[in-house]
Design a protein around this ligand. Sequence first.
Ligand SMILES: [Fe+2]
Ligand SMILES: [Fe+2]
Length: 166
Amino acid sequence: MMPAALPPGAPTDIGAAFARINSVTTPTLDDLKIMVLVEAAGLELYGKLAAGTDNTAVAALLQHNGREEMAHAHRVAKAITALSGEDYPPPSANENPYLTAEIPETPLTVEKLRGLALGEVAGDTLYGTWAANIGNEEAARLFRLNGKEELDHAARLHEAAELLEA
Ligand SMILES: [Fe+2]
Ligand SMILES: [Fe+2]
């Protein structure tokens, strides 16, 4: 499979891509393309997390989040089109340049779930900042929809943590 093209100067690994995205207050088209790749990777990353537990209710919550991350990637791609007319569709896992490194399988812990929930809340804040600064009504609407769902993700992660603790 041909990997999706990384924008010029984009970080080559997903950790650095997250750091770049989190530092941006007014995203450029290249930042938005990186976000498409990071969000699209979320489906696989949540799937890997879900595979780390035999608690089916916990796994279902994580898989729900993962599906919505791919939906977020599609919304960011729509925002790119609204802003520029350019088509930058979210890649599948085996075409995603941020999923070329082996994802280590680590045991699922309550601490990990609570930590990820903090990241999801930060994701809502980030999308809110982008919505306020992007200067395009359609893109702002799409960013706000994503942000609201990042809060849902945090809630599911806390729910999953409570199920693991029970
Ligand atoms: Fe997301
Ligand atoms: Fe999320």
